[in-house]
Design a protein around this ligand. Structure first.
Ligand code: PLP
Length: 404
């Protein structure tokens, strides 16, 4: 059998594998605690559910324009005005099947084979694979000072003759780091000077803590019209807990949006009509669910960080936003994949290995679950890793005895 080089170059994600193992264990009745997830557990806003259901009830569920229904594009324009202080036209907006598709289609519109896209490390697992799917090359940029906060010089050093684009995801999955306004301003300036596309993956921009405010890259742009190479990506998945609806969007210069629309029209056509109406309901409706999710996450972050700080040898950088904490577990072994498997096998706690996100020795621990899951999960991890801990631990009514 023969398969494409690109197809074969896309590895099965060990994250998915861990998820599958955890699901199998759960199906067998094992008390697995899932601290590996990437979705809030709250319900979507009522306005979203009602709007989606209303379209379903009408029975008029048809194809939509490839770039999304006009009403949703209008809501995205209002969102861009409110959160980015930037006015755009419908021709500057495309609605896609999640922020994921928006980024993928943007890269397909931008990259030629062998061309490079840069992104700070640690990075979201999909960026390198998306670059590969375009025949391009993903180039991670590790901050030289060992922090989660890159300096402009780190990025500058990696720009070469083949560089076409930069992706900035702030706050960042997996580190939770929100980059400073100065850094974003520097990146905007650098990309304008070097004529590079800048894709801002802002999917977590409202889920930020300690009084921080979302940052708009537009405020630093000198080029704001059709000569701009700034692309803003966002969506309803995280902020409105609507991961299953699969609606995201991109805002950018008309020519790029036109090419993205052409690509999307042959790839998937417009996103699901029902989901677009639900997303419109979320964007146009009561916004209180976003703040309530944000506050819940901030509390969970505080609980998680306080507990992790009691682990001897573990280094924790307090997340500024998102629902992930990327802790340095090198004191417990060099291989994060081995450590994640060990924790799942021994104490049934699922966390994600840092190697997947481009930084070995770390574990990504999600705090989007319940506080009970967070506290119990971390307690189990501590027991598994602390040689001084008592020899026995109860998981519900099941007694675990240390055999390692
Ligand atoms: C950094 C980042 N960007 C984009 C996405 C994709 O979001 P969506 O569900 O809108 O496709 C995710 C989802 O995990 C993410 O973590």
């Amino acid at each position: 059998m023969s398969f494409s080089h690109i197809g074969q170059s896309i590895a099965q994600s060990p994250t998915l594998k861990l998820n599958e193992t955890a699901a199998l264990l759960r199906a067998k009745g094992e008390p697995v605690i899932h601290l590996g997830g990437g979705e809030p557990k709250s319900k979507p806003p009522l306005d979203a559910l009602i709007a989606g259901a209303a379209l379903l009830n009408s029975g008029e569920v048809r194809y939509t324009p490839a770039d999304g229904i006009p009403a949703l594009k209008k809501a995205i324009i209002r969102y861009t005005e409110e959160f980015y202080g930037h006015s755009v036209e419908p021709a500057n907006v495309i609605a896609s099947g999640g922020a994921k598709q928006a980024i993928m289609v943007a890269l397909q519109a931008i990259l030629n084979p062998q061309e490079e896209v840069l992104y700070p490390a640690p990075y979201w697992v999909s960026y390198p694979e998306m670059a590969k799917l375009c025949g391009g090359v993903g180039v991670p940029v590790l901050p030289e000072d060992g922090s989660f906060y890159p300096k402009i010089g780190d990025l500058e050093q990696k720009i070469g003759a083949h560089t076409r684009a930069v992706i900035i995801n702030s706050p960042n999955n997996p580190s939770g780091a929100m980059y400073s306004a100065e850094f974003i301003a520097d990146v905007v300036r650098l990309c304008e000077q070097r004529d590079l596309w800048l894709i801002m993956d802002d999917i977590y921009h409202r889920l930020i803590f300690d009084g921080r405010r979302p940052i708009s890259a537009y405020q630093f742009a000198k080029k704001k019209g059709e000569d701009s190479k700034l692309v803003i990506v966002n969506g309803v998945s995280k902020q409105y807990a609507m991961t299953g609806f699969r609606i995201g969007w991109a805002v950018g210069p008309r020519k790029l949006i036109e090419i993205m629309t052409n690509i999307q029209s042959h790839q998937t056509s417009g996103p699901s009509a029902v989901c677009q109406h639900a997303a419109l309901g979320a964007l146009a409706g009561v916004q209180s669910s976003v703040e309530s999710l944000r506050v819940t996450l901030e509390n969970a972050r505080n609980v998680l960080v306080a507990r992790l700080q009691t682990f001897p040898g573990v280094k924790v950088c307090k997340p500024d936003g998102t629902f992930y904490c990327f802790a340095d577990f090198r004191a417990y072994g060099a291989s994060s994949a081995k450590l994640a498997h060990f924790l799942l096998e021994k104490v049934r706690v699922l966390v994600m290995p840092g190697i997947e996100f481009g930084l070995e020795g770390h574990l990504r621990i999600s705090f989007c679950g319940t506080i009970k899951d967070v506290t119990e999960g971390v307690e189990r991890m501590k027991w598994a890793l602390d040689p001084q801990a008592p020899n026995e631990l109860y998981l519900g009514d099941r007694k675990l005895i240390r055999d390692w």
